[in-house]
Design a protein around this ligand. Structure first.
Ligand SMILES: [Zn+2]
Ligand SMILES: [Zn+2]
Length: 139
């Protein structure tokens, strides 16, 4: 199921556009509290991106980051609030891109669920057979 590269995507208002020149790495669902707050949903889906393969085509001036006290910076569009990607605070390049930001099939499927110890009370973790990690599932 390889997708055509470059993959393209952007935010809801269209101000931020990006492309990714190489196939994505592993994808997952994150059930952590931050992802619930950030998205307003039960879990967030994202895929790792090879360093150097994501290029912002337009709207780089609109991209803002929230840096929590520890962990990954959360990048979003400052106009429309759309979630875009996360970035390790010590790295210049994005670490993982939100799957909802892609224009079409990104060619990967989430392979595990992480931080399920913090899953919300109002929705069961889907019984989809994916491995569940109470904390981080990152290898
Ligand atoms: Zn936007
Ligand atoms: Zn999370």
């Amino acid at each position: 199921m390889p997708a055509e590269v470059p993959l393209t995507g952007g935010c809801m208002c269209g101000g931020v556009r990006f492309e990714i020149g190489r196939p994505l790495g592993p994808a997952s669902y994150c059930h952590c509290t931050r992802c619930q707050r950030r998205t307003g949903t039960a879990a967030s889906a994202q895929a790792r991106v090879e360093p150097g393969s994501l290029r912002v085509l337009q709207g780089s001036e609109l991209v803002r980051e929230y840096q929590p006290p520890a962990g990954f910076a959360k990048a979003f569009c400052s106009t429309c609030g759309s979630a875009l990607w996360s970035r390790h605070p010590d790295e210049a390049e994005p670490f993982s891109v939100r799957l909802g930001a892609f224009d079409s099939d990104p060619g990967v499927r989430p392979g595990y669920r992480q931080f399920v110890a913090y899953a919300c009370a109002w929705e069961e973790v889907p019984d989809d057979g994916l491995p569940r990690h109470p904390e981080s599932g990152r290898a």
